[in-house]
Design a protein around this ligand. Structure first.
Ligand SMILES: Cc1ncc(C[n+]2csc(CCOP(=O)(O)OP(=O)(O)O)c2C)c(N)n1
Length: 380
């Protein structure tokens, strides 16, 4: 295994001093090393991978240096446009190092949303003509690998990648990964919201632990999972899925359970929701100021003022709750909102250790959900 510090030192020796990206669980030890040891101006945890890559391009334009852009392989989709139309050697030819966590590597146990992405990761890099090296727990020549790849990046004046297998990085014992000051847990907040919903309501929940906690709650209460569409992949897109459903099922309320990281990832979606003025669209953001599902790296969630932002882009009601009582009171208000409604809930970072994962497949989830929409009676 490689210590994050050793890896960082090799990069530094090769002139890499700016880091940006979106966190991934396979890279969490390296990210937490950066968060703790690098000045904030040189390490920016970004909202999506395409934005990170473009920020890195700007850093190069201003300094001539080679930035490092880190991501989960799910983020490849978000970088393809700026990768091929901005930094590619046939366009502006901007050198950079991509560090990609390889979820869903063939023959390694993982969740369904990672299978296909993992299988095509290498061929995607091949077809985009991005040279790469693969590192894993067995890698014992990391300094050589880093030297070689940076040499290639400099010669080609173009992006190259290091693909990182599971368990490559040794644990980094972090002091900064502390809990926030809030006492309400996300799980309790989810239970409180679900407790206020009508039988006809449906939920579209975001990627990561929010969906897992919702699933567990339904199971614990012997409630059907068919009310919920669990967006296990496709981070940042739950709100548009929910909007599509809301536009077509106007007699029932459609709730989007979002995370701060996910909402920030494609924040432009809020503007479309605000513009469409759907009475039955209810957006709930469980804001813990972190990418909790992949290691708890900080987001700017507590600094953006989500409720104000929602109001500005056209949501008719936008409220904040910090306790279970405030959740209950505010849900009653958003239920009556004419036009899209927004509720930001401040929650504690972290989840219980024994949190399970959905035991239904994505396709089973979809079929049951569509069946519920088609056959259950909506409010008249
Ligand atoms: C495009 C993309 N980038 C990164 C990831 C990895 N990922 C999964 S969940 C998650 C964090 C989500 O954070 P947030 O929405 O704030 O919810 P929380 O986990 O804090 O409840 C990340 C970065 C992903 N699935 N897809």
């Amino acid at each position: 295994m490689i210590t994050p510090k050793h890896f960082y030192t090799q990069l530094k020796n090769n002139g890499v001093s700016f880091f940006t990206g979106v966190p991934d669980s396979l890279l969490k030890e390296f990210c937490s090393f950066l968060t703790e040891n690098i000045f904030e101006k040189d390490h920016i945890i970004n909202v999506n991978e395409g934005a990170a890559l473009s920020l890195g391009a700007g850093i190069h334009l201003a300094t001539g240096k080679i930035p490092l852009i880190y991501m989960q392989n799910s983020g490849l989709g978000n970088i393809i446009n700026p990768l091929l139309s901005l930094v590619d050697k046939e366009v502006y030819s901007i050198p950079m190092l991509l560090l990609i966590g390889w979820r869903g590597e063939p023959n390694v146990k993982d969740e369904p949303q990672h299978f296909k992405q993992g299988r095509v990761t290498i061929s995607l890099l091949d077809s985009m003509e991005i040279p790469y090296k693969i590192i894993g727990p067995e890698t014992d020549n990391i300094s050589l690998i880093v030297n070689d790849i940076l040499k290639e990046i400099r010669e080609k004046k173009a992006p190259c990648a290091i693909v990182v297998k599971k368990n490559t990085f040794e644990k980094h014992f972090s002091n900064s990964n502390k809990k926030n000051e809030i006492s309400l847990s996300r799980e309790k907040a989810i239970k409180t919201v679900v407790g206020c919903l009508l039988h006809s309501d449906v939920v579209v929940s975001t990627t990561g632990k929010i969906s897992r906690e919702l699933f567990e709650y339904r199971k614990e209460n012997k409630q059907s999972h068919s009310h919920d569409f669990l967006t296990v992949g496709s981070m940042g897109h739950a709100s548009q899925i929910a909007l599509g459903i809301a536009l077509q099922s106007q007699n029932r309320n459609v709730y989007c359970f979002d995370g701060d990281g996910a909402a920030l990832m494609h924040m432009g979606s809020l503007a479309i929701i605000g513009n469409k003025q759907c009475d039955n669209f209810k957006h709930i953001i469980f804001n813990n100021g972190a990418h909790d599902s992949v290691g708890g790296q900080p987001t700017i969630g507590f600094e953006v003022g989500f409720a104000n932002l929602a109001r500005t882009v056209g949501y008719q009601t936008a409220l904040l709750a910090k306790t279970s009582d405030e959740i209950i009171k505010n849900i009653e208000i958003i239920k009556k909102s004419h036009g899209p409604a927004f509720l930001e809930i401040h929650v504690q970072k972290g989840a219980r250790k024994d949190l399970g994962r959905p035991s239904v497949t994505p396709i089973e989830n979809k079929v049951a959900f569509m069946d519920f929409l088609r056959h259950s009676k909506a409010v008249e």
